[in-house]
Design a protein around this ligand. Sequence first.
Ligand code: SF4
Length: 467
Amino acid sequence: MNQDNRNIFADGEIHHECGVFGIYGVPDAANLTYYGLHALQHRGQQGCGIVAVNPDGQLKRVKGDGLVIEVFNEGNISKLQGNMAIGHVRYTTADCKGEENIQPFLFRHGTGDFAMANNGSIVNYSRLRSELEDRGSLFCSSSDAEVLAHLIKKHGADSSRPRIEAIIEALKQIDGAFAFVIMTRNRIYACRDKYGFHPLALAKLGDGYVVASETCAFDVLGAEYIRDIEPGEIVTIDHHGIRSSCYSAPERHAMCAMEYVYFARPDSDIEGCNVHNYRKESGRILFRESPAEADIVIGVPDSSLSAAQGYAEASGLPYEMGLIKNKYIGRTFIQPTQSMREKGVKMKLSPVKTIVKGKRIVLVDDSIVRGTTSKKIVSMLREAGALEVHVRIASGPLKTPCYYGVDITTLDELISSRCTPEEVCKMIGADSLAFLSHEGMLKAGHRSDLCLACFNQKYPTDLYGKE
Ligand code: SF4
């Protein structure tokens, strides 16, 4: 499975839901946000937006459905001026469609306009929204992020109260995974949940600062990484510089394991660990746990290539380019019939016949969702002349849904929720199949803790009746 294979493998994908970006104290902030969002595009391709504070103090917004390069153009982005902006890229879930759900949200209020964008999912959202609606709040979207705005306003009704106090009180009421950027006309607040589910990092750019879901967005701007926002921390950025506050003591440190395994770009560093290095190490450990008698190692492009390199390095087997990805199939590639949909896999991924013919192959992939994609790839490799295909997965069997902002929503989607690895092996037509252990997933990042809930059912938060 690969995160760039969205439409072709639409039946077997995990989707992330967003990436956030904020910039303070740098000229042409909106243009730089455009570049930052472009670097975060892999985190969400279905909608994006930017809000900037124009020199007259007005918050202006441009947003729309589609990729960053589709939504923004010289005409609309030129309306976003000034040296402060926040932005967002998103993946749309079934219950959260419609332009009203595209972030950043922009709120007009007598005590001061503000904008916000979030990556994550608030698990006690339904309860909070009902309570707020019962007290007269009117929501303009079905996004859980909007609830924070109402809570901030509730706790900030007294306009003489510092806004940070209202934000702290509001954050204390929400539970789950979040990485918020909140912008007023003179400040940006970057807030991370107390479990640290999703990454959020801080960098310096000239006289100003940048926050982003991933450090790859800093590199594109030449910004210098300072540190990650800590779990439970709020970083305030304004003309005084940066200040840190806590809304909560950190809970168990539960960074989403799938950020390392699959979502994040390999050139990003998350909490001191480079994503490519994590994946390569996971491949080395995978070999030590589950060696295979084979001639070559290949990976499913692109997100599994680092793990395949690690597996090859540890095994001493040659690492080969056994599958090639066609990079020029867009999101709107048309496959009107079932037979064309079947061909879709071949149009997206092709085996290199000269490499795989007559070989015993180790095929490394990052995860198995429904198993349909793995089945197609194994069958393609056999058609191309592979003698044996040993599938090795650089993560554990995915067994239960995620409630923290990743679109693994139903048990039916997950083949490992109802089948043993032996049954999955048979179903995908492989000669052998092995998954990385949970210990291996931790060890690859030299970590003692990660969220592994969709693998081991140990959810770090209360689920408020969602399970
Ligand atoms: S449940 Fe899985 S996808 Fe969700 S945050 Fe935890 S590790 Fe990540």
